[in-house]
Design a protein around this ligand. Structure first.
Ligand SMILES: NC(=O)c1ccc[n+]([C@@H]2O[C@H](COP(=O)([O-])OP(=O)(O)OC[C@H]3O[C@@H](n4cnc5c(N)ncnc54)[C@H](OP(=O)(O)O)[C@@H]3O)[C@@H](O)[C@H]2O)c1
Length: 240
């Protein structure tokens, strides 16, 4: 059986890095690890026997998406698993959130995922197989104050993913949603902009943002265990 090819977005830190590390240790898997800055992917070098490609990818840049898909197919001939992992956060009350900043978050969390997915579907339909793994969040199922726009982006990921799953079911393609709660990654730290409330009526929510900032990297969830879990779904054959 031909080696399967995984393409992952946002592998510099967090879930993406843990999943890429796990896959890199398996020489029978082709891995395309992507990041905005490929210098951050040096951790993969010691595993590379020709089965790993490191490519530059900002998911908000369609030309880079197109190039990554082209390079993946040129190197490995298939795309069997696309992991839409790249994502950022934003803490702030709905009223005080910066419009441009939250629009950018939608560009990454929603449109990045959409453009990536659309760029691989024709290949997967031709293969009559493929798995699309979309990182949503517990925040795609429940909502908390000061995260309205993050929730909006992840609820969008949920709805889009569920509809795609129905459209591609007859083409041998599966869509999987990952809905983590708090995990020890960079998400609550450098990957989330925070706007503390200044309006007195929202003062009570300041502590929630402060607690999340201070709690970054101390969350209960272990991203290495999450990577094992995601990979297991695939190898158990439940997806494809
Ligand atoms: N950690 C949690 O508790 C948690 C819970 C639920 C859901 N999630 C979701 O899990 C996913 C992964 O996040 P994480 O927790 O692993 O956090 P993380 O450590 O901050 O990783 C986020 C990754 O996304 C990348 N990224 C950001 N903007 C990008 C862009 N425009 N194009 C390409 N890559 C970009 C980052 O790359 P750079 O190094 O270039 O910034 C980084 O590799 C996200 O979708 C997040 O919403 C996380």
């Amino acid at each position: 059986m031909a080696n399967k090819t995984w393409l992952i977005t946002g592998t510099s830190t967090g879930f993406g890095r843990n999943l890429a590390t796990l896959l890199a240790k398996k020489p029978n898997i082709n891995l395309v690890a992507t990041a905005r800055n490929v210098d951050k992917l040096a951790y993969l070098d010691k595993f590379n026997q020709g089965q790993i490609k490191k490519l530059t990818l900002d998911v908000t840049k369609p030309a880079e998406i197109e190039e990554v898909v082209k390079q993946t197919l040129k190197s490995f001939g298939s795309i069997d698993v696309l992991v839409n992992n790249a994502g950022i956060g934003y803490f702030g009350t709905f009223e005080e959130s910066n419009r441009d900043a939250v629009k950018y978050m939608f560009d990454v969390n929603v449109w990045g995922l959409v453009d990536m997915t659309r760029s691989v579907l024709a290949t997967m339909r031709k293969q009559k197989s493929g798995v699309i793994v979309n990182f949503s969040s517990i925040g795609g199922l429940f909502s908390f104050p000061t995260l309205s726009f993050y929730h909006g982006s992840k609820y969008a990921v949920e709805g889009i993913s569920e509809a795609i799953a129905k459209e591609v079911a007859n083409s041998g393609i599966k869509v999987m949603l990952v809905e983590p709660s708090g995990f020890r990654t960079d998400w609550a730290g450098r990957s989330s902009e925070k706007v503390l409330p200044e309006i007195k009526d929202y003062e009570q929510f300041k502590q929630f943002i402060v607690a999340n900032t201070e709690g970054a990297h101390h969350e209960a969830g272990d991203p290495e265990a999450a990577a094992v879990f995601v990979h297991k779904q695939r190898t158990l054959g439940s997806l494809n």
